[in-house]
Design a protein around this ligand. Structure first.
Ligand SMILES: NC(=O)c1ccc[n+]([C@@H]2O[C@H](COP(=O)([O-])OP(=O)(O)OC[C@H]3O[C@@H](n4cnc5c(N)ncnc54)[C@H](O)[C@@H]3O)[C@@H](O)[C@H]2O)c1
Length: 283
């Protein structure tokens, strides 16, 4: 099955990025969010990102206009979704995702593939509430989507080979590199390794071992990462980091995954990172 049309559920930072990359690959996209404000923000962020590509000479004006014309923004969930692929990029919460997939399963065509951009949740559990669990898969984009080359594809226990193949082919069409997580374990490959590092950076900060700037500088220059873990946490969203830590702690059942109390405090304060203009740093 070749994927020619896409429906993106959730127009936050990831949903907007996914919509942009798909439209830039000539796939027509409907971007849905229940909040008009989020759709406005998504439209602005796509326009801003494309303008940067234009400025750098990576695209011309005709390509910019065509990409924008391929994205439809909507705050009303259609009564029927005809897209070949739906990618959900809503909040990292199992109950909310199950509710969304149950609804989507009723609205799509029998052939539609349902993908989730979850960072850590069980694909198998999300698939279990749908009519066709063999057509449900994890499609984990990295942030920021237009710049990051990788997509992790995760098979739930029920995912069929043809679903995997169609999604892998589509991902390559988007210009991304595919890695396969063969097993549906929390955090898959990237976040299973990355998020405990971010959590540990919060412990180092909480214990007063170093300033945020020095923690980030140490990891940037000492381990050759493009940015330090606290800056990265601000980019990912501290709420998302905390959700993932909580899932690891609960599902993997080991103390080493205990979320850092300082991370929890920042989230309680509404300091979620770049998206709220305040996290570990102020923007
Ligand atoms: N932020 C990252 O770096 C990153 C990276 C990879 C994957 N992810 C995953 O992508 C998903 C989205 O993350 P994000 O950072 O874009 O979050 P975000 O908070 O920026 O956006 C979430 C969007 O979903 C919308 N939404 C939530 N519930 C909804 C509902 N029931 N109906 C309609 N819209 C709803 C919100 O209005 C919001 O616009 C999460 O599952 C996250 O774990 C995030």
């Amino acid at each position: 099955m070749s994927i020619e049309s896409l429906f993106v559920f959730g127009a936050g930072q990831m949903g907007a990025g996914i919509a942009q990359v798909a439209a830039a690959s000539d796939i027509s996209v409907t971007l849905y969010d229940k909040f008009d404000l989020q759709l406005d923000k998504a439209k602005k962020s796509i326009e801003f990102s494309l303008a940067k590509h234009l400025e750098k000479g990576q695209i011309d004006k005709a390509k910019l206009d065509k990409t924008l014309s391929l994205v439809t923004f909507t705050a009303s969930l259609p009564s029927a979704i005809k897209a070949d692929l739906v990618i959900e990029a809503a909040v990292e919460d199992m109950e909310i995702k199950k509710e969304i997939f149950k609804t989507l399963s009723e609205l799509v065509t029998p052939a539609t593939i349902l993908a989730t951009n979850t960072s850590s949740l069980s694909i198998t559990k999300i698939a279990s509430v749908t009519k066709n669990p063999e057509q449900v898969i994890g499609m984990h984009f990295m942030n920021p989507v237009p710049l990051m080359a990788l997509v992790e594809i995760i098979r739930g226990i029920q995912t069929s080979d043809s679903t995997f193949q169609a999604v892998a082919d589509c991902t390559k069409k988007l210009g991304k590199t595919v890695v396969e997580a063969k097993k549906d374990f929390p955090g898959f490959i990237v976040n299973r390794i990355l998020v405990p590092m971010i959590n540990e950076a919060f412990f180092v900060l909480m214990e007063g071992i170093a300033s945020p700037e020095d923690i980030d500088e140490a990891m940037k220059l000492g381990t050759n990462q493009p940015m330090g873990p606290l800056k990265l946490a601000d980019l990912v969203g501290l709420d998302t980091c905390l959700f993932i830590c909580e899932i690891f702690h609960k599902e993997l059942g080991e103390d080493k995954y205990r979320p850092c109390p300082l991370l929890r405090k920042y989230v309680e304060a509404g300091w979620l990172g770049r998206k709220t203009k305040k996290g570990v740093y102020t923007y």
